[in-house]
Ligand binder design. Structure first.
Ligand code: HEC
Ligand SMILES: [Cu+2]
Length: 297
């Protein structure tokens, strides 16, 4: 199957051409009428009036009806195609909206904000939300679809070429809606397999200062999971391999140790209203914590 976005693009092109032809026809008739019946031609008397021109009325009722019927049939075909057209998905990925980040589940392996997919492979995303209505939209991959609390919607996506694709929550979902970006990384099947295998591995215990701070007073671990450790919170993104992601906070900062430290020092500075509170920590603790998270590759 071709990418759903291509099917939508073709339909948009056809409708655009039809609309352009109508526009040109109407404008041409208008210009002609202005010229033909201009005042300087000084035609005598009242202009002719037309009442009950049956042929004309049938024509201007039937023509739009036929055009719309054609567009309707094409739209039904496109809808069937973007839903998969009977092609079974090669893979299902759970995608859950949170205020204001994305959770992706590959079986038991959870990750956040960065969706990895094998290239040229039909994939169904099972979309839901844990809080308000979000909407998953990566324009180059497929249509947008709402994520509703309590139900699961299915969205077919397919990436034709390897590379990264940008997306965005498309349903206003609160103050940080604008910083709810999606990054999709499409990879060859082999690259994808090794990425997923690496994500599935639990974190190794580092035993350093940063790890101690992370578990301190049960603050971070109350909200975050690091698989392989006692940290099992679910209010925030899974951090098991947080350093493997390109950005922090659903796109708000590029991901490196310096920016990680800045984020931890005050998430509210970068994402005001974000559901991660500012945790007061000493400079030394921040350094150690950023180094710990930076090693969670
Ligand atoms: C009350 C729950 C809560 C606490 C406590 C908390 N966080 Fe968070 N954290 C979140 C949420 C929610 C997000 C997502 C913020 C967003 O992107 O809008 C987040 C995001 C993050 C991110 C970015 C993850 C990503 O994928 O971009 C890191 C790193 C992080 N937290 C580390 C920590 C550390 C370290 C602590 C302890 C000092 C901590 N958090 C305490 C809820 C919490
Ligand atoms: Cu949203």
């Amino acid at each position: 199957m071709r990418p759903p976005a291509d099917a939508i693009g073709t339909l948009a092109l056809i409708v655009g051409v039809i609309a352009s032809l109508i526009f040109i026809g109407v404008e041409a008739a208008l210009v002609y009428a202005i010229w033909r019946y201009r005042a300087s031609r000084n035609l005598a008397g009242q202009p002719a009036t037309f009442e009950r021109n049956r042929r004309l009325e049938i024509a201007w009722t039937a023509a739009p009806a036929l055009i719309l019927a054609a567009v309707f049939v094409l739209t039904l075909g496109t809808m069937a195609e973007i839903n998969g057209a009977g092609v079974a998905p090669a893979m299902r990925i759970a995608a859950t909206g949170h205020q204001w980040w994305w959770e992706f589940g590959y079986g038991g392996t959870k990750t956040a904000n960065e969706l990895h997919v094998p290239v040229n492979t039909p994939i169904d995303l099972d979309l839901t939300s844990v809080d308000v209505i979000h909407s998953f939209w990566v324009p180059e991959l497929g249509p947008k679809m709402d994520m509703l609390p309590g139900t699961t919607n299915h969205l077919r996506v397919l990436a034709r070429r390897a590379g990264s694709y940008e997306g965005q929550c498309a349903e206003f979902c609160g103050v940080e809606h604008a910083w709810m970006r999606i990054r999709v990384v499409a990879q060859s099947q082999a690259e994808f397999d090794s990425w997923l295998a690496a994500q599935a591995v639990p974190a190794v215990t580092q035993g350093g200062d940063g790890e101690r701070v992370f578990f301190l007073s049960n603050i971070c671990v109350n909200c975050h999971t690091v698989r392989g450790t006692a940290a099992a919170g679910t209010a925030g993104p899974d951090l098991t391999h947080v350093a493997s992601r390109a950005t922090i906070g659903a796109g708000v900062l590029p991901n490196d140790v310096a920016r990680m430290r800045a984020w931890l020092a005050d998430p509210q500075r970068y994402k005001p209203g974000s559901l991660m509170p500012r945790v007061p920590l000493s400079d030394a603790d921040l350094d150690a914590l950023a180094a710990y998270l930076g090693a969670l590759k």
